[in-house]
Ligand binder design. Structure first.
Ligand code: WQD
Length: 335
């Protein structure tokens, strides 16, 4: 079977491509390299021994999509391509809506024209806004997103639902990620955000490696175990494997499906720092600063539906996430 992976050279996408190749799927990737680099193609080959077909293009380019769907019999699409920096999205809403919504609309249009109906979508727990209750289940209220990035994910979920209503064969499997961290155990692929990292783990690893001086912890006055923010961190390889389970579901069923991809366990920022130091034998200097606007106190999943319906659950623990995150940055710095 042949899978089109948009954003397949990005952080999550590249890990999903590795798992697809490991399970002998043929893979076509379209990626505009706005948040990745062409050498990831070689890294994927080094890990799996397999080649992909790569198009360096914007997913909104319908002529390229036409070429891809004409040249290749695409059985399903995994859609990762999209801008995802929360802070940047507040500054540049038009860019975010144009890209995230536009790419999805172009892709779905082309899929329907070519009778390709299986669609795995990279959504986010951010669609839940300030959680109605914890742990979050898929039937919890969505909405109240506080930035264009999160709102674009919510809008795309609605778009996919409307397309499914109009075309019942169109089968979106919507995956709501919690907090992806970590890297492939080889250290060849991982998270390399452009510029100063917004997210916790990429920042921690750069403080530990000496690239950045000190971690700022955004608020220690939340109503949580130690006052710092609690999140459900999931290893990116577990997350990638969740996409293959979702793909199998899509190939066997028709409908629209929503799944939380998380571990079901929440860790505070301080716990993350302490675990990172313990696992890697390094110090991570930090200071307490004011809360970051838009942050919520706690967010973690009930991921039991994915286990019951997809047979998937996270297998890797915090120690794996800490070790693999640091191993990646050390490998990158070796160059
Ligand atoms: C985690 C915790 C911060 C950085 C966002 C998006 C989500 C997804 C993942 C894209 C919070 C604290 C962070 C720092 C800190 N995005 N923190 N100092 O905000 O839960 O989720 O990223 O896929 O959709 O909403 O992740 O890693 O930014 O923050 O104290 O330098 O770490 O306050 O409690 P977040 P995060």
């Amino acid at each position: 079977m042949k899978i089109l992976v948009t954003g397949g050279l990005g952080y999550i996408g590249s890990h999903a491509v590795v798992e697809l190749l490991n399970e002998n799927y043929d893979v076509v990737v379209i990626d505009d390299l706005s948040n990745s680099s062409r050498d990831i193609v070689d890294k994927i080959k080094e890990i799996t021994g397999k080649d992909i077909v790569f198009y360096e293009n914007d997913v909104r380019d319908e002529a390229v999509l036409e070429e891809i769907f004409t040249k290749h019999k695409i059985d399903a699409v995994m859609h990762f391509a999209g801008y995802k920096a929360v802070g940047e999205s507040v500054q540049k809403p038009i860019l975010y809506y144009e890209n995230n919504l536009g790419s999805t609309l172009s892709l779905c249009k082309k899929m329907l024209e070519h009778e390709c109906y299986k669609f795995i979508f990279s959504s986010s727990a951010t669609v839940y806004g300030d959680p109605e209750r914890l742990p979050l289940t898929e039937d919890c209220r969505v909405g109240g997103t506080t930035n264009p990035y999160g709102t674009s994910k919510l809008m795309i979920e609605r778009i996919l639902s409307d397309i499914h209503i109009a075309n019942p064969k169109f089968t979106p499997v919507i995956l709501r990620y919690f907090n992806p961290i970590g890297a492939h155990k080889t250290g060849l692929i991982g998270e390399k955000p452009n510029g100063i990292p917004n997210n916790l783990m990429p920042y921690i690893v750069r403080v530990a490696s000496g690239e950045l001086e000190i971690l700022s912890i955004f608020g220690n006055d939340y109503d949580t175990k130690d006052g710092t923010g609690v999140r459900d961190y999931i290893h990116v390889v577990d997350l990638a494997k969740g996409h293959l389970s979702a793909l199998k579901k899509a190939m066997n069923d028709e409908g629209i499906f929503y799944y939380n991809l998380g571990t079901g366990t929440g860790y505070s920022v301080l716990e993350m720092v302490q675990n990172f130091e313990k696992v890697n034998g390094v110090k991570v200097p930090y200071k307490m600063v004011d809360r970051r606007p838009g942050d919520i106190a706690s967010c973690y999943s009930d991921a039991s539906k994915a286990y019951e319906e997809l047979g998937w659950k996270a297998e890797l623990g915090l120690e794996d996430m800490m070790r693999d995150s640091y191993n990646f940055i050390l490998k990158q710095n070796e160059k």
